[in-house]
Design a binder for this molecule. Sequence first.
Ligand code: TXA
Ligand code: MG
Length: 344
Amino acid sequence: MQTRILSGDSEINILLAALHLTAGELVALPTETVYGLGANGLDPEAVAKIFEVKGRPQDNPLILHIADPEQMELVCENIPKSAYQLAAAFWPGPLTMVLPAQDRVPLSTRAGLPTVAVRCPDCDITRQIIRHAGVPVAAPSANISGKPSTTTAQHVYDDHAGKIPLIIDGGPCRVGVESTIVDLTADRPRLLRPGGITPEQLETVLGDLVIDKAVTAQIDKDAVVKAPGMKYKHYAPQSEVVIVSGSREKAAAYIHAHYAKGERVLCFEEELTLYQDCDPLAYGKEADVATLSAGLFAALRELDDPSITKIYARCPVGGGVAYAVQNRLKKAAAFHIIDAEVEA
Ligand code: TXA
Ligand code: MG
């Protein structure tokens, strides 16, 4: 199969993408977070293609993307007031809500769960495509399962050339990490995955938020978890990733003491000169955390090379979007963190 990359700036291409979706084909779509691998979310056969092409475990449900907030009423039921409040505050935007599913949402889309994840992305191109297709679009991050997510059309091409007919190019993704996921089906709202909408922002609207344990710790692959995707090894290049925390000076001292040829350092732009002899790659500025979230996956993909023996990574501290960057890097490192303040 030939894979075409077409610009999302053209009305014809938007219509073509919508036609592919209604015909049961896969289309890779831009969003403000990461590129998604989209299919008609109400068509089990189309949804099956997503799992096949991505190599995604069948027990990992998909997010349904809608063009406008009110469309959540077409796929969800018993919608709590908090969902309307969050939609008013953050949609379109990088927030996914888990809500009770209507029967019309195929079991394969939601991996057999009674709930469904919905999101209205802040991307005009993709919202127009969904509107023209007239169906909610199921779309996981477009990477091959287990690989770092795709934040450019080229990343999608690198993973799926020859396997999907169409990639719509909307440029590099602005946020760069996947959406925040909040589960509204239990007694208390629960954060299942941090992202561009921060815990602090959610708390402002909800007044209450439980942080799921899958956010902060490694989950056993046989464990029963709220967001099945969170237990799989994720976001990881092929080589071992180790986070080195602590002050700039202590981290540099630790890395210089342990660095060997063939290893790499993933650091902040401000630190590049410190690691000149250690093959450094910067993923953004520590002083501007949005550049770190926007650059993280492109950097992890660049480091996804079997000849690299180890990656020492520097991770931002603090809340807000830094919390999401920490989460993705910790998962890439399988929670292997060295505190350079105590280890020499
Ligand atoms: O930003 C994003 O959310 C991107 C773009 C394309 O929109 N999509 C994305 O999808 O990250 P994916 O499939 O890579 O991650 C979806 C996560 C998985 O961890 C999955 O287990 C969880 O959402 N999920 C989906 N449906 C769920 C449900 N009903 N209950 C709990 N977790 C769910
Ligand atoms: Mg994903």
